[in-house]
Design a binder for this molecule. Structure first.
Ligand SMILES: Nc1ncnc2c1ncn2[C@@H]1O[C@H](COP(=O)(O)OP(=O)(O)OP(=O)(O)O)[C@@H](O)[C@H]1O
Ligand SMILES: [Mg+2]
Length: 382
């Protein structure tokens, strides 16, 4: 078991600055997910931890030991790749034994380790097969098995599920989570899939253009995103963004203007935005917080729009609605409601559910209510 600590880690490939000043401490036994769009530097970061890529600057420590100059085999890590990287000419058993035999581990110990891993992963019946005689999910289990038998201090995963079909991906996701709960090995997991990140991570690191945008638990990132990129990246359907103006209200106090009727800001929001009067900002609204119909209360934004289209998901409907010049998505609509395109609809959102960001593509958050006040506090069930 080990903590992994990155301090001011950088990677340059010639003129490409792939990873910028990454500071990250992955605690012992923690499962941390690196997530972000293609090319944001996730794999490069992971490969630097593994020792497969030299670092251009900074320090990487594993278990309190600086590993900058250690080769991969001396770092006490095991890595699973997207393409499994199994030896095609070897049986499953020999694939699992390979790394241990290289280290001159006695055959008897190897057999015990393989038995243990095979039991955990339910792959005992596959021991005599070659990789091409396995399904994608089975190959991925063997690749996981190869990590488990080595008892490393750290597991590193680079998009291990992206070659699997959607259903198997969900199943293997659960298996990886169970595996971690059982073995508690410190894990860094790379994916571009925000659902995988939300469901697997104790904490998530969101990256963009080689820069860490935010680090936090899934709920922290979902409820209090640090900027517009994080807000839009996590959550499905994605957060709606519309431009609004911070203005002085006729009755005193500040209002948000430009999307539906002017809405008076509650005190906390007004004080956070006091310096922004006259400025254009971006209002973010999660689809699940836009409610079809009229909500009561003072600080509710009521929006009259026209239904554009609906998507029936069975448990709920998604509804795209045009409000003024903007199309926004509402989720959680009763699946039994018959809504037609062109029909008028009134939507509401409590103002303490909205997020406000500085203008621009990736404006920093100016205000967010966090849990929104309405959600019940989480309790641990023991
Ligand atoms: N060997 C290399 N030489 C030059 N540039 C590279 C090299 N490897 C990666 N890069 C660049 O570094 C950046 C980060 O790449 P990286 O592979 O870490 O992205 P990623 O986040 O893993 O993306 P993906 O989701 O597509 O796997 C990209 O701009 C990529 O083109
Ligand atoms: Mg990658």
């Amino acid at each position: 078991m080990a903590e992994v600590k990155l301090t001011q880690v950088n990677k340059r490939y010639g003129t490409v600055h792939a990873v910028h000043d990454v500071d990250l401490t992955v605690n012992d036994e923690e499962f941390v997910v690196l997530v972000g769009p293609s090319g944001c530097g996730k794999s490069t970061t992971l490969r630097m931890v593994a020792g497969l890529e030299e670092i251009s600057g900074g320090t990487i420590e594993i278990g309190g030991r600086v590993v900058n100059d250690l080769p991969p085999r001396d770092r006490d890590i095991a890595m699973v790749f997207q393409n499994y990287a199994l030896y095609q000419h070897m049986t499953v058993y020999d694939n699992l034994a390979f790394g241990l035999r290289n280290r001159k581990v006695p055959e008897e110990t190897i057999r015990k380790e393989i038995d243990r891993a095979a039991t955990i992963l339910s792959i005992q019946p596959l021991m005599g097969r070659k990789p091409k005689q396995l399904s994608g999910g089975q190959q991925q289990r063997v690749a996981l098995g190869r990590c488990i038998v080595r008892n490393p201090a750290v597991f590193l995963f680079d998009e291990p599920l992206s070659n699997l079909d959607a259903k198997l991906r969900v199943q293997m996701r659960t298996e990886i989570k169970e595996l971690h709960q059982r073995l508690k090995t410190t894990t860094i997991y790379v994916t571009h899939d925000q659902v995988e990140a939300m469901t697997l991570g104790d904490r998530i690191v969101v990256m963009k253009d080689g820069l860490v945008q935010q680090i936090g638990t899934p709920l922290q990132l979902y409820r209090t995103p640090a900027n517009r990129f994080v807000a839009g990246f996590l959550g499905s359907p994605a957060m709606n963004f519309v431009p609004v103006t911070v203005a002085q209200g006729k009755a005193g106090g500040l209002v948000l203007s430009g999307f539906g009727p002017d809405i008076a800001m509650p005190e906390a929001m007004a004080s956070a935005l006091a310096g922004q009067v006259g400025q254009s900002v971006v209002m973010g609204m999660r689809p699940e917080h836009l409610v079809l119909g009229e909500e009561s209360g003072d600080h509710v934004i009521r929006l009259d729009g026209t239904i554009v289209l609906t998507e029936q998901l069975g448990a709920q409907q998604l509804v795209e609605v045009k409000i003024g010049d903007h199309s926004v998505m509402a989720a959680g609509v009763d699946p039994d409601l018959h809504l037609r395109g062109g029909e008028a609809g009134r939507f509401s959102i409590a103002i303490d559910r909205v997020h406000l960001f500085a203008a621009g593509d990736n404006g920093a958050v100016l205000w967010s209510a966090g849990s929104g006040g309405a959600a019940a506090p989480l309790r641990h069930v023991s």
